[in-house]
Write a protein that binds this ligand. Structure first.
Ligand code: SF4
Length: 208
């Protein structure tokens, strides 16, 4: 478990109050958390296009994924008004992401991102917006035939925790991790057994 603060922000932004958001993420179960300048978030159209071609199996299943999200263009606009952000990362055994544990890990990621967003709103960043990973349909509503918002124009079953995936907005997540000063490849140079390999998932909370 570690906490990083990137020395690229003005002193008033990196004050104690934003440190609370990092602490919130860690307490909730993040392995690492950092504050970054939003200009360090790389948004690339071609990454968002991967949701369409090759088509993701979760494409269109929930409002948190394309074609229902506003995509890279709107995220670039968001960067102009939300000048800084919290990044969270959960480090897990790679094997867990290919097992029944995956859903629990992704659910935790959404819960952490949503909790940091809510804490930011309480602190006065009332237009904060959290982004996580994966489709909320498969994470929260896997035992329902359809997303209630899309199928019946009704209320989300999990509004407290379900957040949009970064993928549909073209956010370069590897680059985001590097900007936090964290390694993308967290395994050593020595060949490790599959059981020892580690991986990660990440979320982003735009503060505004
Ligand atoms: S109802 Fe389920 S699938 Fe639809 S937005 Fe909410 S969490 Fe996602």
């Amino acid at each position: 478990m570690s906490r990083n603060k990137i020395p690229i922000l003005q002193e008033e932004i990196t004050g104690m109050h934003l440190d609370k958001l990092i602490q919130k993420a860690i307490v909730m179960g993040a392995s690492e958390s950092a504050i970054i300048d939003s200009q360090n978030i790389s948004v690339e159209d071609n990454l968002a296009n991967y949701c369409i071609e090759p088509k993701c199996v979760y494409y269109g299943l929930s409002p948190s994924c394309p074609p229902h999200v506003s995509g890279p263009t709107e995220f670039r606009t968001l960067k102009k008004t939300h000048t800084h952000a919290v990044v969270v990362r959960i480090i897990v055994p790679s094997a867990a992401l290919f097992s029944d544990e995956r859903r629990d890990i992704m659910r935790l990621l959404h819960e952490i991102a949503a909790s940091v967003e809510k804490e930011a709103v309480r602190m006065g960043y009332t237009d904060s917006k959290a982004f996580a990973g994966g489709s909320c349909k498969i994470i929260f509503c896997y035992n329902h035939l359809e997303c209630r918002r899309l199928s019946k124009n009704g209320k989300c079953r999990n509004p407290q925790n379900a957040r949009p995936s970064m993928s549909g907005f073209g956010i370069n997540v590897s680059n985001l991790i590097k900007k936090c000063g964290w390694p993308v490849n967290i395994n050593g140079r020595e060949a490790e057994s599959d059981a020892e390999k580690m991986s990660w998932v990440a979320g982003l909370i735009m503060l505004g």
